[in-house]
Design a protein around this ligand. Sequence first.
Ligand code: ZN
Ligand code: ZN
Length: 735
Amino acid sequence: MDEILIKNARLIGSEAVTENRADLLIADGRLKKIGTGLKAENARIIDAGGLAAAPGLVDVHVHFRDPGFIYKEDIHTGARAAAKGGFTSVVMMGNTKPSIDSPEILSELLERAAEEEINIYSAANLTKGMLGKEVTCLEELKRAGAVCFSDDGHPVLDEKLLKEALKRAAVLRVPVSLHEEDPAYIKNNGINEGAVSKALETGGSDRMAEISLVKRDIELAIETGARLDIQHISTKEAVELVREGKRRGGDIHAEATPHHFTLTEEAVKVFGTNAKMNPPLRTEEDRHAIIEGLRDGTIDIIATDHAPHSRNEKGQEFTKAPSGITGLETAFALGITELVDKGYLSLEELIRLMSCNPAKIFGLEAGRLTEGEKADIIIFDPEAEWIFREEEQESKSFNSPFYGRRLRGRILYTICNGRVVYDAGAALADHPGPAVTQRDEKQRFITPVRAGAEGWMKYKERARVISQERLAEGIFSLWMETEIAKVSVPGQFISVYAKDSSRLLPRPISICETEGNRLRIVYRTVGGGTKEFSGYESGDMIEVLGPLGNGFPEEEETALLIGGGIGLPPMLALAKSRPADKNIIVAGYRNSDMFLLNELAEHGTLHIALESLKDASFGESGEISEELRIIKELLEKGVIASCSGGNVLDAIRENSLKERVLFACGPTPMLRALKDFSQKENIRAWFSLEQRMACGIGVCLACVCDTKERDEHSRVNNKRICREGPVFSSEEVIL
Ligand SMILES: [Zn+2]
Ligand SMILES: [Zn+2]
């Protein structure tokens, strides 16, 4: 198996005695060595400088809805969502259809689960069909692989039956996880009986529903010696009962969900059915009691209760919609944002709650970052901020109240059993290189056609501004560090988000050069958010979308480079990187581009095409302009090969450059002219587009934005925006 060497990570949740930073060598699925200055010839190197590494997260409470409800989620999408969230081990609940109440059903399920890249365990039902009438064959279920017993979704109301089950589970040393809600106290599920339910006149779930059962079951657990796990604890009284139960020596544990430590009943007013769950979100006092419980060890597990439901189901009115929200992809960041950032917990403590403790309590081989252990490891950036967006998630369902929420702490790699199962930068690797497709031969027109909107969304990445430099009046050069650089080529574009990530700046910016994971853009401040962009400073973390457009293919050997306006910087980069290209046409420029002309001249034979030489190049009183003076100078020195007083097409004709493939980047009118020309003259041409285009050429933002942004753009630029996505037909090409 391939080796992985993680360099310079800050270790969290490891007992290893190391310096601040250490290297981790992974081989044969195990964490082979922790140390400094480790070397491995053939290993994949992950540079974790500035990042943290911790044992893979463990979620002992997920609903993958498989079998029976796979329109909500299935084992595979659930596993993908888990990996993205940093979870390497999960325990599925058994309220499926059929429910997990027999060894046969459980075995079949686990067999399928074993095919996934993360470790998937399953609970088995405590009672047959979760009807609360007859205890399942716990012994056989344990043998078939059950790691806990639970009727989650339903309380076990029959005290005598529960006592019997707990006794047997105690002998088996398998934890029992209980959903504690007595329906006797519930008028309406999923909403707290309190101020909000009153205002909405729905009636709710009274806190006593939980308190009464928790009280009863802690007694039962102490009496029987069973290991008890109170699921998704929601009230301050229940937290206190668990605290007391622990003090009395019971093997009592409790889970808190990220939503219960983040939100209160007020969220129902904002998020509607996406804030409906069982037990419900309660009051601020309860929320604080839960956080206090997490702090003092009363609550020893954070578990998501990841509960996907379809849009249709959640789209119903509040009282009819099912309860539950998804959680795998936001849990860790919510932990950092709500608990670590706010000073309640250290990162170490968070990792204990999300990895070490649940692994220990459920007896899973996980939660340890120690030499010789299974290599289940996350690498994350505790500082990185990001926004949770629908289009980026892996889960099949969309019932989360956290879309659009700014979160801190981002999983960058999830490694499970020694293999990278999630790589935040690799969404990119799924689509290596710029996808450039040649259109049919007759058309002789090449255009980028990418996978649909979904494919594009993968390319949204965070970026760190390395430097921003003002080159000339209104012209800036900016280097940024982003994974997008690895799949970008000059001539493509990126779109940049506003600093607070609230919106996409409207104007895509041309990529000038790339170097590993760095890319450089040179842009003019000409509206479209470019002014705002020029205020970004080194160190700023931003989000970028890209690469957009087609850029230029490396395999074309002798291209004629044509650049105009802001298309000049990418042309310069191209000229530098392509020794075979000696001819460059510059069409139109501004005073401030002069420095680019000088540089361009060093890398190829420069032809200048000035459509309006006379008008543009003389000052008002007839004196020779600065531009023309420089051109004259360059001509005299032999730097510029020719200067056409006409347009680009004249320059091509005059210099007999028709045999070459055109690479053009610049303003729309120039490209429009070149498109007509290339089609008429049978010249192959590649266009990189400065502006958003109708689909088929370049990529319009409509294909890549989320709905809100798309609507906004449509309103502003409806002529250019294609609503259908990147589907090409020659008639539709609008340049
Ligand atoms: Zn439950
Ligand atoms: Zn649940």
